[in-house]
Design a protein around this ligand. Structure first.
Ligand code: AAO
Length: 484
């Protein structure tokens, strides 16, 4: 369950938070596939309760009312078409699977597919689930429980969401049926929402009943879904991420916290020369890594102080480091702009999501940030693909916040997070020749729209990153996008 089965030459997942299925399919064909992205985490595809009381917040999608594939993102036919088109473009789909609970919303009880629920009776007729399918007696998790009491964290309700009992064969049957339907439609795996709140042994049973990935969508025969489990673990709670790594991959929240700290200036970049498990991070193959996610970018659900698109220079630096370094399976957040942490995606007065507009410079409009379309970020996905299979070598630092390293003989990157210029003759490990920096610009015919770098016969080059430049890094590699 730890192999994402990316198409050859692809890497990196992007979370297209709250995007519609038709827009995702277009994005696979016009941008993500051609640019070498590996996959997409989509918002939960099954029917959720409609919450007008808070003007359709983003978090209504974490309140399931049935397993019908009908949401603001689209219906089942649109979902199936998206998966087909994305797989054809070499881009995999990973589903955010909300299987811990059902809606617990006190006022609203109508779903995006027209189904109803009576949460006070634990009644969800569109599945159907009734009271006997939930953990009993009913209780709600409070903050203290995380420190002391795994049984409460797993058997009580997370923020009042009705807590399914995954020990029940009937509940397992419904969940497995839902997930297998998605696998048969061609998805490559799942984020397991709130995995900490379910018993590992129950999850094991569910995972082992999942189908192999669909060979009609280009997966090898016998391939198991990629599963990454949402477990927030900073090392100070009763439930450890280690209880879940035996099953499948786990979201590594320390990763974004530490890189955010470093790139925000709270820790010197030179210490990153040991980046990986020495920092208390999960083993490489166990870790789904990211700078920010949809919760912590808006102060929901813990995770400490992290960088987001709102601190653009530092955020691009941290993201570039994530993509330049071989550790972990990276995920990029792709956001809609927000000031109100509850607000849902751009929508019209009927609550329909407004599609992102695509500007001529590749960026998005209509309220969508589209970090994955920032040149400094998508260029680093190409960098990662060129560097695949190599390790970090020829690490250089100035004893402070200027660092540089090679990825085998394939790629080179330098960072300057000091408040003075980086101007050094450095080993790039690349063949002699001229290269375009893919951060400050791109290759255009036989020249660069940004900086260029000339590598000598000894692999060395003069590297300049001014402290007042828009970006703090410079990256060159052997791929077509960089080599002149
Ligand atoms: C909404 C309303 C609620 C209402 C509820 C039901 O906001 O007021 O009661 O509906 O009507 C999302 C939103 C929720 C929303 C929910 C349903 O974030 O606000 O509730 O949809 O619409 C825990 C879980 C983790 C979870 C996180 C939010 O362990 O699984 O809470 N994340 C996922 C999703 C998330 C979603 C759900 C789950 C539910 O990603 O989007 O919720 O499907 C500690 C624990 C964490 C725990 C946090 C929660 O964290 O370690 O496990 O996360 O507490 O507060 C430091 C510590 C850190 C600690 C943190 C916060 O950073 O180091 O460990 O402080 O204390």
């Amino acid at each position: 369950y730890k192999n994402p089965y990316y198409a050859p030459g692809h890497s990196t997942m992007v979370h297209l938070f709250e995007w519609k299925w038709d827009d995702i399919a277009d994005e696979c064909e016009r941008f993500l596939g051609p640019r070498g992205f590996g996959g997409i985490q989509i918002s939960p595809p099954n029917e959720n309760v409609i919450i007008w009381q808070y003007n359709r917040p983003w978090w209504e999608r974490y309140q399931p009312i049935s397993y019908k594939l009908v949401t603001r993102s689209g219906d089942e036919q649109q979902f199936a078409s998206m998966v087909r088109r994305c797989n054809d473009a070499g881009v995999r789909i990973y589903v955010d699977a909300v299987i811990n609970h059902m809606t617990g919303e006190p006022r609203d009880n109508i779903g995006t597919g027209g189904s109803t629920a009576d949460f006070r009776q634990w009644s969800y007729p569109a599945v159907p689930y009734t009271a006997q399918d939930f953990n009993w007696p009913h209780c709600v998790i409070d903050g203290w429980d995380y420190g002391c009491c795994p049984d409460k964290v797993r058997n009580c309700e997370l923020v009042g969401l009705k807590d399914l009992n995954q020990r029940s064969e009937y509940v397992r049957f419904m969940i497995v049926g839902f997930m297998n339907k998605l696998i048969d439609l061609g998805v490559a795996g799942f984020r397991i929402d709130a995995a900490k709140h379910m018993w590992p042994e129950d999850l094991q049973v569910i995972y082992d009943r999942l189908h192999n990935l669909n060979t009609d969508h280009g997966f090898p025969s016998g391939a198991r879904p990629y599963i990454y489990q949402e477990v927030i673990d900073f090392g100070n709670e009763a439930i450890s991420r280690d209880e879940y790594t035996g099953l499948a991959a786990v979201t590594e929240f320390k990763f974004g916290l530490e890189l955010s700290r470093a790139f925000a200036g709270g820790n010197q970049l030179r210490w990153l020369n040991t980046w990986g498990p020495i920092w208390g991070l999960l083993a490489h193959e166990d870790a789904l890594t990211f700078i920010d996610n949809h919760d912590n970018q808006r102060g929901h659900g813990g995770g400490g102080v992290i960088l987001t698109y709102k601190q653009a220079k530092q955020y691009k630096g941290a993201t570039a480091f994530m993509l330049a370094h071989p550790y972990g399976e990276p995920q990029i957040m792709s956001s809609f702009d927000f000031t109100d942490s509850e607000a849902g995606p751009p929508m019209d007065s009927n609550g329909n999501i407004i599609s992102p507009a695509i500007n001529s410079d590749n960026t998005c409009g209509n309220g969508w940030v589209c970090e994955h379309r920032w040149r400094q970020i998508y260029s680093m996905v190409a960098f990662r693909n060129v560097a695949a299979g190599t390790n970090v070598n020829d690490w250089w630092d100035n004893g402070s916040n200027q660092i540089a390293f090679c990825r085998g003989g394939q790629a080179f990157i330098a960072f300057n997070n000091d408040n003075w210029d980086l101007n050094q003759n450095l080993q790039t490990c690349l063949p002699a020749g001229a290269y375009c920096d893919v951060i400050s610009g791109s290759k255009s015919g036989n020249s660069c729209t940004g900086k260029s770098v000339t590598v000598g016969n000894d692999g060395r080059a003069q590297i300049y990153v001014g402290s007042h430049e828009v970006d703090m890094m410079l990256a060159i590699h052997r791929g077509d996008e960089s080599r002149l």
